[in-house]
Design a protein around this ligand. Sequence first.
Ligand SMILES: Nc1nc2c(ncn2[C@@H]2O[C@H](COP(=O)(O)OP(=O)(O)OP(=O)(O)O)[C@@H](O)[C@H]2O)c(=O)[nH]1
Ligand SMILES: [Mg+2]
Length: 206
Amino acid sequence: MECHKCVRNCGNTHQGKKRSFWKWRTKKEKSVESPKIPKVALVGTPNVGKSVLFNALTGTYVTVSNYPGTTVEVSRGETRIGDRFFAIVDTPGMYSLLPITEEEKVARDLLFAETVDLVIHVIDAKNLGRMLPLTFQLIEAGLSVLLAVNMMDEAQRLGIQINPARLEKELGIPVVTMAAAQNVGISVLKERVFEYVKSDCLSAAY
Ligand SMILES: Nc1nc2c(ncn2[C@@H]2O[C@H](COP(=O)(O)OP(=O)(O)OP(=O)(O)O)[C@@H](O)[C@H]2O)c(=O)[nH]1
Ligand SMILES: [Mg+2]
């Protein structure tokens, strides 16, 4: 019925109500139907291979945008592991959770302002001692952390040996060794992410 012929003489407010009801229903139905996509953030000091890993995980379809209110770029994409999609965020390099630079502030804000289901702390296998303090900070901050020991190719060339099982036991978090630039260890990392996120939050989302 056209609005000017309406006996209730209420303009189009009832139509508006009807529409907003359907909008509400669709929104509600959508939220029930669409499964939660777990978010995984790649963090670590500069030059450890976070972006190489991000590209290996996400492929071509990514968005790069400035973090709100800053000139710092953040890349976001998705990866499929098994039958699930995971959102992947590549954060700017940071040395500590106590930020000094704008990049570090953005990286920290990304971890705490957004809901991140898993943090992959990417470290350089050649500098374990220098990198692990940030791992402790992330764990102490209450985040779910997986340690990705990258650049294993260079470490092996220098005769550095790393025992991931022992590190895992000492730290109490999953540890994966890899060489992202050589595409080594990516599939094991994906398996661990799937296991870890599934037990932590996917079960709650389904
Ligand atoms: N040999 C070797 N080089 C690697 C590996 N992963 C990354 N690289 C190299 O390390 C350099 C830094 O890699 P990026 O991915 O840009 O590092 P990033 O952590 O994103 O650095 P920021 O964005 O500055 O924080 C690049 O030259 C990569 O090719 C690896 O597994 N082995
Ligand atoms: Mg990068």
